[in-house]
Ligand binder design. Structure first.
Ligand code: SF4
Ligand code: SF4
Ligand code: FES
Length: 249
């Protein structure tokens, strides 16, 4: 057991414009280790399996408990969180690659700011800014809280967008996470003040009609958010508003 090793192949790319290449590493096995802990071992001693000194791997991580959403990457070809990917459950050599649909920064780190831009586009917040005392907010029933809670678990990891066939440059599709946040904030009693703006933002190019309902997103979501239900509900609301607008002209 003492000399058991974990073999990891990592796709390296020092800059967005440089050529990608692979390096293989061997790290000592520990029970219950995850992919991030293996990357930490490599950072402490960045030497490849064949003994060549190399640079430490660049990757994002923070919470180490599937809350911050930063450590999403392709692990054995599947978009998932590196901090919750247990080595014991992965075939070896473990293959690590950056998410493929986001601009590469370096190695396994990518720029996921498109999701934050999309959340701004749909005003994914409760509008309570002010310098005066707003008092206590409206009461939210237990049933409404229970419906909202699963949607509030989104960690902005972008796995749902990585696996979506419609999320690409030609469609400009906002993706399932953003649509689900529209559902969350539109059902909040105070957040609903911006409901019309949010639904309008989902009409037209890159909006909800780009969704092909392939359901890859719901399969990939590490927080098991009911994304396809959100897409169906928000799609119905967008349609209703669009028809209403037509008759109001
Ligand atoms: S249902 Fe399919 S097309 Fe729609 S967001 Fe999910 S993965 Fe993309
Ligand atoms: S909806 Fe799920 S997969 Fe998509 S960003 Fe949020 S947590 Fe990640
Ligand atoms: S390190 Fe925060 S989700 Fe993995």
């Amino acid at each position: 057991m003492a000399d058991k090793s974990v073999i990891i192949r990592i796709k390296r790319q020092p800059t967005p414009s440089s050529k990608a290449y692979w390096e293989e590493f061997s790290v000592p096995y520990r029970p219950n280790m995850n992919v991030i802990s293996a990357l930490m071992d490599i950072a402490a001693d960045p030497v490849t399996r064949d003994g060549k000194a190399t640079t430490p791997i660049t990757y994002d991580s923070n919470c180490l408990e599937e809350v911050c959403g930063s450590c999403a990457m392709l692990i054995n070809g599947k978009a998932r969180m590196a901090c919750s990917a247990l080595v014991d459950k992965l075939d070896q050599p473990i293959r690590l690659e950056p998410l493929s649909k986001f601009p590469l920064i370096r190695d396994l780190a990518v720029d996921r700011s498109v999701l934050f831009e999309n959340l701004k586009r749909v005003k994914a917040w409760v509008p309570v800014d002010g310098t005066y005392d707003l008092g206590s907010g409206p009461r939210v029933t237990m049933q409404a809280q229970e419906e909202a809670y699963p949607l509030s678990r989104c960690i902005s990891c972008c796995c749902c967008m990585e696996v979506c066939p419609q999320f690409n440059e030609s469609t400009g599709f906002v993706g399932a996470a953003t649509i689900s946040q529209v559902r969350l904030f539109n059902t909040h009693p105070t957040g609903a003040a911006l409901k019309r703006d949010r639904l309008t933002a989902l009409m037209g190019d890159g909006g909800i009609q780009e969704c092909g309902y392939a359901q890859n997103c719901v399969e990939a979501c590490p927080k098991e958010i009911p994304l396809t239900t959100s897409i169906a509900e928000v799609g119905g609301a967008v349609m209703k508003q669009a028809i209403g607008d037509l008759f109001r002209r």
